[in-house]
Design a protein around this ligand. Structure first.
Ligand code: 5GP
Ligand code: MN
Length: 318
């Protein structure tokens, strides 16, 4: 039996299943978890719990949101635990305990830096989104509109609406097949990706205005310190999309956005255009991700963090 067959047969035969995604969930994490939740809930007799941190407002239109548990209570060991779109154990956050106790732990992901922390792993770095991997795993006759919509959401977000270089023919074909279940692409694309709150647009403007070019314009960075976050009352995902706008600055190869989480602790997001492997850089600092999109956490002043990152970029550019 292949890993995929083993996973789907374990789900069909389980009594209790849990699904969880990564901390600070994004569109692919939420789409993958809710897609799998809907699929299992609608087709199999088992009970299914889904654990994700608080869902940002724009994603609450996706079916299954009401079932999400963000409290991570202690629970009896699950028969099957599914970690979706989560590149390493640490990023499972409070759901780690379910994985450790489960009779069968499963990881389904597409991060190239994923080392396979579950008992059964399906990691496909060539897939644009975890949702794309899930579609191939599922029996297509058992996919409902609710499941299709969630998977479509995942693909839309991790490809930046089919524009990032991770978008393949297979990605497009998967999205195309999802449309056949009745998914409204404008509802998902406009409603969850392009629509921004006033505050989100303000912080985008501020980041662009204060951005700095370094390394002869090949690198651009912006920083959002805690004072600014408090001033705008920012939620963790309010800067989503800022890095994409920084990246498309003419001449730029690498964009960096750093956000201060605690004094001298910064969340780093990196994107590259053509040749710098940002996953290598972020992995070096304890994070991970993909060749063109990765993240990590760094300690120090804003200047320490930017200097450390730019030094690593410089090594690759030379
Ligand atoms: P973002 O910049 O959008 O937060 O993350 C970009 C990509 O890198 C995403 O695929 C995300 O899952 C991954 N990523 C971000 N931060 C981390 C991290 O600290 N560790 C790992 N392993 N992956 C990360
Ligand atoms: Mn993903």
């Amino acid at each position: 039996m292949t890993n995929k067959q083993e996973i789907m047969s374990a789900i069909e035969n389980a009594g209790r299943i849990a699904i969880a995604g990564h901390i600070r969930p994004d569109g692919d994490c939420i789409g993958s978890c809710l897609g799998m939740y809907n699929y299992v809930h609608e087709n199999f007799p088992c009970s299914v719990d889904v654990y994700i941190e608080e869902i940002p407002q724009e994603f609450t239109c996706i079916a299954g949101c009401d079932a999400v548990n963000s409290l991570y209570p202690d629970a009896a060991p699950y028969d099957v635990f599914l970690a979706l779109d989560c590149g390493d154990l640490e990023r499972l956050g409070k759901a780690q305990k379910y994985l450790k106790e489960a009779k069968l732990s499963v990881c389904i992901d597409h991060h190239k830096t994923n080392e396979g922390y579950a008992a059964v792993n399906v990691i496909e770095p060539g897939a644009a989104a975890t949702a794309e991997v899930l579609f191939d795993l599922m029996d297509q006759d058992k996919i409902s509109l609710n499941t299709a919509e969630a998977l479509y959401l995942g693909i839309v977000h991790d490809t930046g609406v089919f524009k990032h270089s991770n978008t393949t023919r297979h990605t497009m074909e998967t999205a195309g097949r999802l449309l056949e279940y009745g998914v409204s692409s404008s509802k998902i694309i406009d409603g969850t990706f392009y629509e921004k709150t006033y505050v989100q647009n303000q912080i985008l403007g501020r980041c662009l205005m204060e951005s700095v070019l370094v390394l002869d314009g090949k690198v651009i960075f912006a920083a959002v310190n805690r004072k600014v976050q408090a001033l705008y009352g920012l939620e963790s995902n309010d800067t989503e999309g800022v890095i994409d706008q920084l990246r498309v600055t003419k001449g730029v190869e690498v964009a960096i956005l750093i956000k201060e989480m605690n004094p001298f602790v910064w969340r780093v997001s990196m994107r590259s255009c053509e040749y710098v492997d940002v996953a290598v850089i972020c992995t070096k600092f304890g994070g991970g991700g993909h060749v063109r999109a990765a993240g990590c956490i760094l300690n120090g002043s804003m200047h320490d963090v930017i200097n450390a990152l730019v030094k690593e970029i410089e090594l690759q550019i030379k």
